[in-house]
Design a protein around this ligand. Sequence first.
Ligand SMILES: [Zn+2]
Ligand SMILES: [Zn+2]
Length: 157
Amino acid sequence: MKGINSEFCARVRQLRRDNGISQSELASAIGCKQSAISMFEKGDPTKLSDDAVERLAERFSLKIENYRSEKPALPARQAPMPSRGFCPNSACPTNKAYEVEGHVLYLPDRLRADPAGGKFCAFCGEVLERRCTNCGAPVHDGAICSFCASPYIVADC
Ligand SMILES: [Zn+2]
Ligand SMILES: [Zn+2]
């Protein structure tokens, strides 16, 4: 049954045990498989049909209404934060300068700058960045943000 929460499942398990009923006994009493009861009790209410859940509720005097699951909140669509940051200091040896069409770009070596997923650059001590400083997208390998196309590191003027 959809729309009930795992608290109901836990409650059923507890009441079944309290009453000394085995999973297979309960299964045959409500007309389902023991394996379905087992999975249901582990917290998956969808393993039993609506009918079966209603029979369970009746048997243990539970009110299904009290165990309605709330609408799941939509998960925030945010890319996971990369574990390694880059050093925004253009002079830092972890950033490899190269030239493209007359512009100097810096390729961050995140493994060198941030070998352990820390807060500071392992070489120059600068505070590491984990997001594109222009658009805030999580940083990835490469010299240029794939979201806003701006370089991660700009040379000091
Ligand atoms: Zn650095
Ligand atoms: Zn960006």
